[in-house]
Design a protein. Structure first.
Length: 256
């Protein structure tokens, strides 16, 4: 088999190799940035006995104020990996909002929950009102409503009765301003979705977990590993963060 040694052939061969190398790099970058995503959490609360109400994201949000809650085993089955909420008025965690929790346009809220009660807030913007809110509204029903920023007007809620009581469940709620779609996830799979249109979100308030002021419904159970993003993550990106708080391996919290 003869090889081509002319200058033009060499140049053509080099160009082909260079093209293939660049194509490979582009594919890797596309997979990382668009399918998996380097997105950093706007806030990341592991809710462990070690971190308590502290945010460990790169943005260093102020710590949450702990009400009557107690350290409990987490989804990794190790002690001190979550907080137990007791289904009463003073059993809550409240997070200040100095700006990074205000996702404004697009949003992802991720959490591990172990539900033991009937109804109560998992993540409720505006402690005494109705900003964007992610709740359990029955022993099995996960619920989210994306309240409009202007006038706090309601949009149509999303709900799914697929939560198993007394079992650790990995959940997420997303809203994408660019597509107008809101989605609920269980174990990184879509369980409810609806097109709400393009709105601005009422996320410019402090956040309460466990108990909303003036409401007789209180979350009973455990919550762990809460993450907030200012983008709508896709199923693959949500799945990649499933074990971010598991303590059986060395964790890298940078790209969360």
């Amino acid at each position: 088999m003869s090889l081509c040694f002319c200058a033009s052939c060499k140049k053509s061969l080099l160009c082909s190799v260079w093209y293939l190398l660049n194509l490979s790099v582009i594919n890797v970058l596309f997979s990382f940035f668009f399918l998996q995503g380097p997105f950093k959490a706007s806030a990341f609360y592991p809710l462990t006995s070690r971190t308590r109400g502290r945010d460990i994201s790169v943005f260093g949000n102020p710590p949450g104020k702990l009400g009557y809650v107690q350290s409990a085993p987490g989804p990794d089955k190790l002690p001190g990996g979550s907080y137990q909420f007791f289904g009463r008025r003073d059993s809550y965690i409240q997070f200040p909002n100095r700006g990074k929790l205000d996702t404004r346009r697009s949003s992802t809220i991720i959490a591990w929950i172990y539900h033991e009660g009937r109804a109560g807030p998992i993540f409720n913007y505006m402690p005494n009102g109705w900003g964007v809110h992610l709740w359990m509204v029955s022993p099995r029903t996960l619920f989210v409503r994306y309240t409009r920023r202007q006038g706090r007007k309601s949009t149509t809620a999303l709900a799914s009765p697929r939560i198993k009581p007394r079992t650790w469940q990995y959940i997420a709620a997303t809203y994408d301003h660019y597509t107008g779609y809101a989605k609920l996830y269980l174990d990184s799979k879509v369980i409810a979705q609806r097109r709400l249109g393009r709105i601005r979100l009422a996320t410019n308030y402090p956040v309460r977990m466990g108990a909303r002021i003036g409401d007789g419904r209180y979350f009973r159970g455990r919550i762990s590993c809460v993450m907030v993003f200012d983008v709508a993550l896709n199923p693959n990106q949500i799945a990649r963060r499933k074990k971010r708080c598991f303590r059986r391996r060395l964790l890298n919290f940078w790209f969360v």
